[in-house]
Design a protein around this ligand. Structure first.
Ligand code: BGC
Length: 743
């Protein structure tokens, strides 16, 4: 059987059952255990753990390892498992391949902002190819948690607030990682996470409890998981926190009733790191034996552990009659089936020479550049300041403009800083010798009040520049701006301020950045603000005083090149916001798909001290084209439940240059057996239109779009009602028509 080929189902089942028949309970428990392997990486929280893991490999008591990315190391450890143990069962190496392995793509929230499932699929296909070449068979991605509270740092890993967009993004990522399914050559197993509800942490505080209503769960938080399962995801990762009082990692309803019985998931489930062990910490399990027994019975096939694994107690639990060995067998069967499908049982080793070639592939860098172009969101462009027209001189300002590490964003480990292009590099390369490009940081980097484990692990906290004279540096930035035709100011958050364990109590620009921006704007030189971020920030001042604002997110390896492509108009921006951009932290959570509730006429006046509308609405984003919508037409105005309406709309680029637009379709149910949101996204298409070009786009509205989970009925319903349809450039789209359902 050649490496990576998908084996025949019956043949796989027979092989797997033969192995299970020969395994001891301890070997089974080991097969259900995934260890962190720090090796020489810093951060080994259990000293001596590497030696313990290597001994367990030799006993055939390890199912999987994470954190190993060096192909030679993969082969060395794999030999311990294959050549050194009784049954020679290989381990599957898993890793957080979130937005690239060596070639770093824009962060996931940015990819979602592309509203371009094809680009998203391609990005994860590149990541999969690099990972697989390095010996990694499984990505702990995509993160498909809905994120509605930007205080939560992991919004950067999400697709934002909307279940329809997030489902499309989830499915595209699964296709990118897995191709035709686990085992396709050059692909890896996708592991959508964190099942479920993790994004709704109380107060936006990472790891805190989550309480979600039945309606929110089924209509908002679960759909992206279902989409990922339908797309064939081979794995699902549990979540850390309690969901409505039950820890997600011990939650039989979630992991078995919903995931397997309702959705038919047939892959394997892994816990989040140490989450089985922590069932005890939660005050749920009595001890580690109880934790292991309850997790495996709830449906957690594999425990991800830092050491002191609860699953090491499974033999005890079986002996005490707390778990039937058949439950272990079912989990082992799922894990071994995944390994067999990946071709690992026949070809466990990795070709180190090939890894070097694949990781250096220039086509991957080209794909990352295109992705970074497509993810940028043009938030504002007063007077058509962008694209820049023949500037003689450009002042590039702000410490983030020249920071390679921050350009990559969080959740990357195997990047190559040497090849990372910053905004400053990108502008210099593109401008050539004819344009004078000056640089001044203006201020020193800002710091987190409390460092995270990632800062300790990676040493990624920004260093204070030696002998930095604050007053002199600010003055230097201001005079540089004064002497230049245009100032490109790059502001945002340092990458370690976003991601896991990176929640914030404020959305303000950290450090002295707002002061720097105000000082540069005061010079009168036109300012373009580039925002580098993983969450919306308080840009109220900028939205009033800075003519052009382009959100480039953390754009990855080729980020600076793509930023220059956009600034100079070599390509047009076309990304759209995947969340409602709040004015201030006091408004969060803020969603476009709220219900009308009481007094909708004053929706914008819910607070007395600030408008209660977003600074930029969900779906907002400009381009260098200008788009008009007309002729929103339905193929019929009355249907029965179960039938489909086709909507079409014509979009015209009325500008004199080409541009990108994401046409969006929303619905609103007028009345029914529950109050439904004032707007719900139900279709989108990204198009490039030349000057004066028109295109008619069609969007089906079928039963999947019209049904919703009704908490009173405890079921999916399609009401007899009137559905209003809206089409346009963002969630405030005005062009409308309607149809009726039923009688
Ligand atoms: C995160 C997961 C991640 C895992 C392994 C956990 O802390 O919540 O998303 O996959 O670590 O790195």
């Amino acid at each position: 059987m050649p490496a990576g080929s998908v084996q025949n189902g019956a043949e796989v089942a027979e092989r797997v059952d033969t192995l299970i028949g020969r395994m001891t309970v301890a070997e089974k428990a080991g097969q259900l255990t995934q260890y962190f392997y720090f090796g020489s990486r810093p951060g080994d929280v259990f000293p001596g753990q590497a030696a313990a893991v290597e001994a367990a490999l030799g006993r055939g008591e390890v199912g999987s390892l994470l954190l190993v990315t060096d192909p030679a190391e993969v082969n060395r450890l794999q030999r311990l498992a294959v050549a050194g143990s009784r049954h020679g069962i290989p381990v599957v190496f898993g890793f957080d391949v979130i937005h690239g392995l060596r070639t770093i793509f824009p962060v996931p929230i940015a990819m979602a902002a592309s509203w371009d499932p094809e680009a998203i699929e391609q990005g994860q296909a590149v990541a999969a190819r690099e990972a697989r070449a390095a010996g990694i068979g499984w990505a702990f991605a995509p993160m498909v948690d809905i994120a509605r509270d930007p205080r939560w740092g992991r919004i950067v890993e999400s697709a934002g607030e909307d279940p329809y967009l997030a489902s499309a993004v989830a499915a595209a990522q699964v296709r990118g990682f897995q191709g035709d399914g686990p085992g396709s050559p050059g692909r890896v197993i996708a592991g959508p996470k964190h099942f479920a509800g993790y994004g709704a942490a109380l107060g936006g505080r990472d790891y805190d409890e989550v309480n979600l209503s039945d309606s929110e769960l089924w209509n908002v938080y679960l759909p992206p998981f279902e989409a990922a399962v339908t797309a064939g995801a081979g794995n699902i990762m549990t979540a850390y926190m309690d969901l409505n009082g039950i820890p997600a990692t011990g939650n039989h309803w979630l992991l078995t009733d919903v995931l397997r019985a309702t959705w038919g998931f047939d892959g394997f489930v892994v816990s989040d790191a140490h989450a089985v062990h922590n069932l005890r910490t939660h005050g749920f399990a009595a001890d580690l034996t109880d934790a292991g027994a309850r997790a495996v019975q709830a449906g957690v096939d594999m425990e991800m552990t830092l050491g002191d694994a609860a699953y090491a107690h499974l033999p005890e639990a079986v002996a005490a009659g707390l778990v039937d060995e058949k439950v272990l067998d079912a989990s082992v069967r799922r894990v071994l089936t995944a390994k067999a499908r990946m071709g690992l049982l026949d070809d466990p080793y990795v070709d180190e020479e090939n890894a070097r070639t694949v990781l250096a592939d220039p086509a991957h860098r080209a794909a990352a550049r295109t992705a970074a172009q497509r993810t940028a969101v043009l938030l504002r462009n007063q007077g058509g300041l962008l694209p820049l027209v023949n500037p003689g001189s450009i002042a590039v300002i702000g410490p983030l403009a020249d920071s390679r590490r921050d350009t990559l964003g969080p959740w990357v480990f195997d990047f190559d800083l040497g090849e990372t292009v910053t905004v400053l590099d990108g502008i210099r390369n593109r401008a050539g010798v004819a344009v004078e490009v000056g640089y001044a940081p203006g201020i020193r980097p800002a710091h987190r009040a409390f460092p995270s484990m990632f800062d300790m692990f990676e040493g990624s906290a920004p260093a204070d520049p030696p002998a930095f004279d604050d007053a002199a540096e600010l003055a230097r930035a201001v005079s540089l701006a004064q002497a230049s035709d245009v100032a490109v100011v790059v502001l945002g958050e340092w990458q370690n301020m976003s991601g896991e364990a990176a929640s914030r109590s404020s959305l303000e620009l950290p450090g002295g950045q707002l002061g720097l921006l105000q000082a540069v704007v005061a010079t009168g030189t036109p300012v373009v603000l580039l925002v580098m971020n993983g969450r919306p920030l308080d840009l109220r001042w900028a939205a009033r005083n800075v003519p052009a604002i382009l959100d480039i997110w953390y754009p990855g390896t080729q980020g600076g090149t793509a930023a220059a492509d956009l600034l100079f108009g070599d390509v047009a921006p076309g990304g759209k916001l995947p969340f409602s951009w709040p004015r201030t932290v006091g408004q969060v959570p803020m969603i476009y798909s709220h219900t009308a509730s009481h007094d909708p006429g004053h929706q914008d006046r819910r607070y007395w001290d600030e408008a209660s509308t977003p600074l930029f609405p969900f779906g907002h984003g400009l381009s260098y084209g200008r788009f008009e919508y007309r002729d929103l037409i339905l193929d019929r105005h009355h249907i029965q439940p179960g039938q489909t309406v086709i909507a079409s709309v014509t979009v015209t680029n009325t500008a004199e240059r080409a541009g990108d637009e994401v046409a969006q379709l929303y619905i609103r149910q007028r009345h029914g057996s529950a109050s439904r949101p004032v707007r719900e996204l139900k279709g989108f298409q990204r198009v490039t239109l030349g000057a004066g070009e028109s295109r008619t786009l069609t969007f089906p509205l079928g039963p999947g779009a019209l049904r919703y989970w009704n908490a009173a009925a405890q079921d999916w319903v399609i009401d007899t009602t009137t559905i209003e349809v809206f089409a346009g450039t963002d969630s405030t789209a005005g062009l409308t028509t309607s149809f009726t359902i039923g009688a």
